[in-house]
Write a protein that binds this ligand. Structure first.
Ligand code: HAM
Length: 418
């Protein structure tokens, strides 16, 4: 038999209620906060990701699923959706629309990472991108939407970590200071960090290797080298979070694995998640629209990993399915009556099902129990001849006889009364 791909999972019916609860909450909150859905393609030209995420990032260097189209064009399965959203924003001139500036998306992303709990090669994100405002209140709105999403779902032990990467000029000045510091400790850094020290020194601060962590413990902090406008922006964001009573922890090492960020960056982690502890993350990327050929446009956004949300989702956050009525039929006349009963129930908005394979009452009732039916309508040729049917309460096992022609209405009325 042919197996699915490693790190690429099926989401089976038993898990679907969790996913629908998560996606429903995402859509409801995005709407409440004024975000409109955008659906961008799952593959794009490779250059889009290389230019936006950054050629020297882990994602672009080693995690992308890249292949050649028949004409030789290099294409890539999207490792994230910010780049695609920005491309669409520019291509369709959404800047000209007074409303289409706050976007959200839900969908699969693809990264060739080593699979483990909470880390997949096809995973799903809920993300938002807010274009056009440089105001710190846009950052606060995005963070508060992320926080509200995770809190409404009842996820435990969340920590919001926040940092500022300053403006581009702050970063280049700081990179020189950091490089100077790293050079003096080069022999204590891992191979990977030694290699990327010159190309992307900020990434060294994010290295998970304990020796690298120890070697950079007293590294100079970017937040100590912010320009006055970057400092003010950061202070305003922090003040806004306090106003909204969103707790945060400053993390000067939070540099993120994508190169498009400026000013605010943030990440929400949970102790419950183990090694892959980031539930969601994002930040401001004021330069990206311009880098991709659009007008200078400030922007800020986040993305949440839905597999990680699902791992932590308490059962109580998953709503019970609506009550079900099962229809058990016997004989030819019974089957014909059952067909009408199911149709009538469903037309009135009642979840109703049957089992076309079952031929005995026992088999029907077993299936009704498996499906969690609250009531079963039992109708065979004899009942049809009498113009009656049996209504069985699956919990109390009580049965009563009702007229066939009015049974559905009577049952629905009763359900309506609770
Ligand atoms: P990211 O930090 O690369 O940011 O991913 C966001 C979230 O996606 C992570 O916090 C994690 O929960 C989830 N995630 C990432 N990789 C995997 C994986 N291999 N398996 C399972 N979950 C994963 C971004 O993607 C940016 N586009 C966020 C953003 C939007 N920034 C601005 N706007």
């Amino acid at each position: 038999m042919i197996h699915g791909i490693k790190g690429v999972k099926d989401i089976l019916p038993a898990e679907i209620a969790r996913w629908q609860a998560i996606e429903g909450t995402a859509r409801r909150l995005a709407m409440l906060y004024g975000y409109q859905e955008i659906r961008v393609p799952v593959f794009e030209v490779t250059e889009l990701f290389a230019r936006s995420i950054g050629a020297t990032t882990d994602i672009v260097e080693k995690e992308m699923y890249t292949f050649h189209d028949r004409d030789g064009t290099s294409l890539t399965l999207r490792p994230e959706a910010t780049a695609g959203a920005v491309r669409a924003y520019i291509e369709h001139n959404l800047a000209a629309s007074p409303t289409a500036q706050k976007l959200y998306y839900l969908g699969p992303m693809f990264r060739h990472e080593r699979p483990q709990a909470g880390r997949l090669r096809q995973f799903h994100q809920f993300g938002v991108e807010s274009f056009g405002s440089a105001d710190p209140r846009a950052d606060i709105e995005v963070i508060s939407l992320l926080w509200r999403f995770l809190s409404d779902l009842g996820l435990p032990d969340l920590t919001l970590e926040i940092n500022s990467l300053g403006e581009a000029s702050d970063r280049s000045a700081y990179k020189a200071i950091l490089l100077d510091f790293l050079k003096k400790r080069e022999d204590r850094l891992c191979q990977n960090c030694r290699r990327r020290m010159d190309t992307n020194p900020l990434r060294v601060l994010d290295c998970k290797v304990p020796e690298c962590k120890a070697a950079t413990e007293d590294a100079p902090k970017l937040t100590d080298h912010l320009s006055s406008s970057a400092r003010r922006h950061f202070d305003d964001v922090l003040a806004g979070l306090s106003t909204l009573e969103i707790p945060y922890v400053l993390n000067p090492r939070l540099v993120r694995g994508l190169d498009y960020y400026t000013l605010t960056t943030f990440e929400v982690t949970s102790r419950r998640l183990g090694a892959q502890n980031a539930v969601g993350a994002g930040g401001r990327y004021d330069g990206l629209v311009e880098v991709l050929g659009g007008p200078k446009t400030p922007a800020v956004g986040f993305a949440v990993g839905l597999e990680r949300v699902s791992l932590m989702l308490p059962d109580a956050a998953v709503p019970a399915p609506p009550m079900m009525v099962f229809v058990a039929t016997f004989g030819e006349q019974g089957a014909a009556a059952g067909l009408r009963l199911l149709h009538e129930l469903r037309a009135l908005g009642v979840r109703a099902d049957t089992d076309y394979r079952a031929s005995t009452l026992k088999a029907h009732l077993r299936q009704a129990d498996r499906l969690g039916a609250a009531f079963t309508l039992i109708v065979g040729d004899d009942e049809v001849a009498k113009g009656r049917l049996l209504l069985r309460n699956m919990r109390t096992k009580e049965q009563e006889e009702l007229p066939l022609s009015t049974a559905v209405k009577a049952l629905v009325a009763r359900l309506g009364q609770g």
